[in-house]
Design a protein. Structure first.
Length: 429
């Protein structure tokens, strides 16, 4: 019998009871779910155990967009009136038009609890001075992170993006011990520091917390960042529609564990069939989230499109995971699934001959791509023979990812840099 593997055994009964209450009330609160359950002929009040979740239909991002268009401002799935909303965030829009996410006072408290648990797991402590290199605007990696760090008692320095000189000033004068940003910005800031003629290690950063995009778990990328800053990297994973951070990596653990407590039920499914996958070491799948006690925008079996691999188990048996990319970003080359982040990590293994900056150039929108895969990669500080380097990268991609690639080497700085999230693909033209 399938049971979601991310719910702690001691929490299972409480989570089941809370979820039954949530589902009993949901059709009356949400016209979207009243229609969806009726369409699929399911009665959510029949849920007896968490195993019964698989009988309920999935919710997709496109369905939420259509719900919001049909019932503005927050959608037919909103669950509460706008007068109950204390703050509005938005999805980052990596796969389409950004959509609004409302938060009630109780939702905000739950978010703060979940994110604080994740950051404590990642190593944040009261004595830390954390330079926050993510925006404090609509991005869920902004204000909710501030709330969580304040809950922990850490000192937060809200630099945001687009202010790297101020970030350097803060590191010079405020005794900053930790950085928090996307992997892209952590690398961008290191490059900015070196352009100033300085070494990132001189600032004495002791911890680096990353999230918001794949990259923090890529071995070569992480190794390069840790060498640049002289500090260990830990990562978190969340979702704008459910909660800012739901997974956190304990230092040295080898993967992120679920840290959302009793607020969310996490499932792992086969992204092709939708069938549940038991989260055992070595398996891959897509994360699916169900709200347990959400007031605004409660979601049932929400498909995140986050593709993860289970890297192992914690001492208490909790699955440890890495995010390898989004199924939306995945390219299919003659039937082979290729994540752009995997290409970047392979190129990064050749540092310092390369600097890890890449873009895949597509003739048209994916996911299907006719071979060869066209890759642009910047050479690094010690490139050596460029033709030999190009051939080595092409060979790595062919042997590790089993697809044929044509690599074009370009000078450092040729590929556009992004302070929030890297764009690893672009359409030719």
């Amino acid at each position: 019998m399938f049971t979601p593997g991310f719910v702690a055994p001691e929490d299972r009964d409480a989570v089941t009871a809370m979820l039954r209450t949530q589902l009993d009330r949901l059709p009356a609160r949400s016209p979207f779910y009243a229609d969806l359950f009726a369409e699929h002929g399911v009665d959510p009040s029949a849920l007896i155990s968490l195993d019964d979740l698989r009988k309920l239909p999935f919710t997709s991002k496109q369905m939420l967009r259509e719900s919001q268009a049909a019932g503005p401002p927050l959608g037919r799935h909103a669950g509460v009136d706008m007068t109950e909303i204390i703050r509005v965030h938005a999805s980052t829009g990596t796969t389409g038009t950004p959509s609004w996410v409302g938060v009630t006072r109780r939702d905000s408290e739950a978010w703060t609890e979940m994110v604080a648990r994740a950051f404590h797991t990642m190593g944040a402590r009261r004595e830390d001075v954390v330079l926050h290199g993510s925006g404090l605007t609509l991005f869920v990696g902004g204000l909710p992170i501030r709330d969580a760090l304040e809950r922990i008692g850490a000192t937060m320095v809200p630099i945001g993006t687009g202010a790297s000189d101020k970030a350097v000033l803060a590191m010079d004068t405020l005794g900053v011990t930790a950085l928090h940003a996307t992997p892209s910005y952590v690398r961008y800031l290191a490059e900015h520091v070196r352009k100033l003629g300085r070494d990132p290690r001189e600032f004495g950063i002791r911890k680096i917390f990353v999230g918001g995009e794949p990259g923090g778990g890529e071995p070569a990328f992480r190794r390069n960042v840790e060498e640049e800053w002289g500090a260990p990297v830990t990562e978190g994973l969340g979702n704008a529609d459910m909660a800012p951070v739901l997974f956190g990596e304990a230092p040295g653990s080898g993967g992120m564990r679920y840290t959302g407590g009793k607020h969310v039920v996490v499932e792992l499914i086969d992204p092709e069939t939708g069938e549940p996958v038991v989260p055992e070491p070595g398996v891959t799948g897509e994360l699916v989230y169900t709200s347990v006690d959400r007031e605004a925008c409660p979601l049932v079996r929400f498909r995140t499109r986050d593709r993860i691999v289970v890297t192992g188990l914690a001492p208490d048996g909790a699955p440890l995971i890495r995010c390898v990319g989004r199924t939306d970003d995945m390219l299919i080359v003659l039937g082979v699934n290729v994540f752009p982040s995997a290409v970047r990590d392979l190129v990064q293994t050749l540092h310092p001959r390369t600097n890890g900056a890449i873009q895949i150039v597509l003739p048209e929108e994916g996911p299907r791509v006719e071979p060869p895969l066209r890759v642009e990669a910047e050479w690094g500080d010690e490139p050596g023979d460029l033709d030999g380097l190009r051939q080595e990268i092409e060979g790595l991609i062919r042997s590790r990812l089993t697809v044929r690639a044509v690599v074009t080497l370009v000078p450092p700085g040729s590929i556009e840099r992004y302070e929030l999230k890297s764009r690893l693909t672009r359409i030719a033209g």
